[in-house]
Write a protein that binds this ligand. Structure first.
Ligand code: ADP
Ligand code: MG
Length: 702
């Protein structure tokens, strides 16, 4: 039986949050720290000792023995190194200590994390720096309690080596430029702009004992072999279906852990594919949201184990059924509580909203390739444009109401807004429903959804920092341009109206409200000159185009060297991932599938001989053996081919782009070729003889 819990009692109990700071810090210190957190003022290092000591007391009181600087290197996951609070003992007695220096700065071996050439092994120093805008927290598990301090990670020479640094820089950039626009509209109360993000996280849960029998899942996170099960997702019976008890128990434990960490876990439901689910928190400042999303992913993986489940965060764990993504809901707001993307009831009169909206349209059109890149990873190559996720073409969905307003602006001026109204369901006992002014469109990669944009391309396993820092930067760039123009305008209203009109006309090609999954759209997008970047390798060059370097340098988000290192890291990660997949495939094919099939074929051959000897017609055995034989031959050839190209690929080390292209065009292609006869053999061979659980067993066993 479950235990009763109270969300208000446990929420944030493991976080050194505002209330805890107020309680544990001297008044003056609290005030100074708060100024740094809220207004971005430099942290006075003299108060660091006091804060560190208070944090330590708070943590130790709750049972913590260690602390760690927690950071997000370019591996996409988080990293940590634990130190105990133990100081040199006094007369043999242990003393617990944590200094301001230890809080503010940590040292770590930068050469052991991806640096894209920025750090060689002989110049290894790297630093972690306390990010006081994301609160420290305690993480409990069976091994004990540790104080986690969110940090940024950089090299000895100051280059960012992580996901957090550019995100923090981009928030400053967009805040600065958006404030200029707000001043033009006469806003005197707002001090800065916050960027908000809410990340809907999709994932699969499968039975752990099944998982343990699949080397492909263990090594690569996705199945490399597997014939389609008799039932896939065609009945639409899983989406929003009732949640099975075992899964519900997992969700409950997950929620409790997240609530304690101050993560606002809110919505949970079954997703489209069998065994697929989703969790969405309430949106938050994008830096905290990014940290929290990392915590969500880690907690999912860990807690799944408590229920004899395994959580798969890969974008495409199973061929033929929908994979997982992450929707990044994004908006801008003032520190005094105004959502800049809220159109209000009559958006045509909301000029400020229209300026921000227009800036976003222009930014997305101008830098569509960067947004596409921000959603690129090897797993997402299996999803984008495959009728289950947005196409690999960036476009914006606005909805009828806003489209109509822009149409009016284009042809003179906007005087009306389409209204939503009420809706009757047709049964007297059911209430009237308020109808939104605009319907939804689930096929759009970048959709306006009421008071925010929903970027639907990001990969399920990735950090949301990338998509957010790109969005922030491209919007900052257009806002700067707008501010330059409007600040010197003689007549603000006329200039603004003209700016909106002209920008809309110049960039409306990026707006598309139709079905993004249709082939027509691919052709139409091509006519419009929109790029369709179907895979990760093709997206990487856009990161180091002059246009991109200038953009990121202009807003001090990433330097040329940092961008070059990131491009190198992306190629490296692609190469490594495909190489691991190829090697896993070779391993499974040689050591599991081939022996099983050969053995089974022997049994069929023996039975064939026995039938003949007994004077019976052996046509079934003959036909079966024939087909097995054909497929195992094709399989064997494809396996040799894959081994050959994988070996060849490894020799191309000198040029990472060339090598990545080779992995995509030759190695990945050889993998697909090997899979075809393998999946056919799975159908032909006795299921008891097949060496690992099938799709049917993996997807319908929880
Ligand atoms: P969907 O219909 O797309 O599944 P959900 O309700 O599951 O929507 O998720 C919507 C997400 O958007 C939630 O995380 C929510 O907190 C977030 N969100 C809502 N308003 C904003 C906003 N103004 N800015 C950013 N995110 C927001
Ligand atoms: Mg969504």
């Amino acid at each position: 039986m479950y235990e009763k819990i109270s969300i208000p009692e446990i929420f944030g109990m493991n976080v050194f949050n505002d209330a805890m700071m107020r309680e544990h810090l001297p008044k003056q210190v609290y005030k100074e720290l708060k100024n740094t957190i809220e207004k971005g003022e430099m942290l006075n290092s003299s108060i660091a000792d006091i804060i560190a000591n208070a944090m330590k007391d708070w943590a130790v009181e709750r049972g913590a023995t260690h602390y760690t600087h927690w950071f997000q290197p370019m591996t996409g996951i988080t990293a940590e190194k634990h130190d105990s609070f133990l100081a040199p003992p006094n007369n043999g007695k242990a003393i617990m200590e944590f200094s301001g220096k230890e809080l503010i700065k940590g040292e770590s071996d930068a050469s052991s994390f991806p640096s894209g050439g920025l750090r060689q092994t002989f110049e290894a120093r790297g630093y972690t720096a306390w990010d006081c805008t994301s609160p420290a927290f305690l993480r409990e598990d069976a091994a004990g309690i540790t104080l986690y301090i969110p940090t940024a990670f950089c090299s000895y020479t100051g280059e960012a080596l992580d996901k957090k640094t550019p995100l923090l820089r981009s928030v400053e950039a967009v805040s600065k430029q958006a404030m200029r626009i707000l001043h033009l509209f006469g806003n005197t109360t707002a001090k800065k702009i916050n960027v908000y993000s809410g990340a809907e996280q999709e994932y699969f849960l499968i039975d752990r004992s099944m998982y343990n029998q699949r080397k492909d899942l263990i090594f690569t996170g996705r199945t490399l072999f597997g014939a389609a099960p008799p039932k896939g997702q065609e009945l639409d019976d899983h989406y929003f279906g009732s949640i099975k008890e075992r899964v519900a128990c997992f969700m409950r434990e997950l929620n409790i852990e997240l609530w304690k960490l101050g993560v606002t876990a809110k919505t949970q439901h079954n997703e489209v594919a069998p065994s697929q689910h989703e969790l969405a928190p309430i949106y938050d400042d994008c830096n905290r949201a990014a940290d929290h999303n990392q915590l969500v992913m880690e907690a999912m993986k860990r807690i799944a184990g408590h229920h004899n489940l395994t959580c798969l965060l890969h974008e495409k764990p199973f061929a033929g059924v929908n994979g997982s993504g992450k929707h990044n809901n994004w908006s801008l707001g003032t520190d005094d509580g105004q959502n800049l993307l809220n159109p209000g009831k009559t958006p045509h009169e909301n000029a400020q909203f229209l300026v921000f909206l227009t800036a976003i349209i222009k930014g997305v059109d101008q830098y569509a390739e960067l947004l596409r890149l921000a959603a690129a990873n090897p797993g997402n190559d299996h999803r984008l444009g495959k009728q289950e996720a947005p196409p690999a073409i960036i476009s914006i969905f606005l909805g009828d109401q806003l489209l109509d307003i822009f149409d009016q602006i284009e042809h003179g001026g906007a005087t009306t807004s389409i209204q939503g109204g009420k809706m009757r369901v047709g049964v007297n006992t059911l209430p009237y429903l308020k109808r939104d002014a605009t319907d939804r469109n689930r096929t759009s990669p970048f959709a306006f959804t009421g008071n925010k944009f929903e970027f639907r391309m990001p990969p399920s396993s990735g950090s949301i920092s990338g998509p957010n820092f790109v969005l922030n930067t491209i919007v900052a760039d257009v806002l700067e341009e707008f501010a330059e123009e409007l600040e010197k305008a003689e007549d603000f209203n006329t200039a603004m109206h003209e700016l909106i009109r002209k920008t809309y006309i110049d960039h409306k090609r990026i707006i598309f409200d139709g079905n993004g999954y249709s082939d027509n759209w691919v052709q139409e997008a091509e006519r419009r000159g929109l790029s369709n970047i179907t895979n990760m390798v093709d997206s990487v060059p856009y990161l180091t185009e002059e246009k991109s370097i200038e953009l990121f340098e202009r807003h001090k988000v990433l330097s040329r060297v940092e961008l070059q290192s990131r491009s190198e890291i992306m190629y490296e990660s692609y190469i490594k991932q495909i190489n691991i997949e190829a090697k896993a495939m070779i391993d499974i094919a040689s050591k599991q599938i081939r022996p099983a099939v050969v053995k089974y074929a022997g049994e069929v051959a023996a039975s064939l001989a026995a039938m003949k000897a007994a004077g019976f017609d052996a046509s079934v055995e003959t036909e079966l053996l024939q087909e097995i034989n054909e497929n195992i031959k094709a399989f064997h050839e494809a396996l040799k081919q894959l081994a050959e190209v994988t070996h060849e690929a490894a020799q191309l080390k000198a040029d990472s782009r060339l090598q990545a292209v080779f992995y995509r065009d030759r190695v990945f292609a050889a993998m697909e070729k090997l899979r075809v006869p393998a999946d056919r053999l799975e159908f032909l061979v006795d299921e008891k003889a097949w060496p690992f659980p099938t799709y049917g067993e993996l997807l319908y066993n929880v």
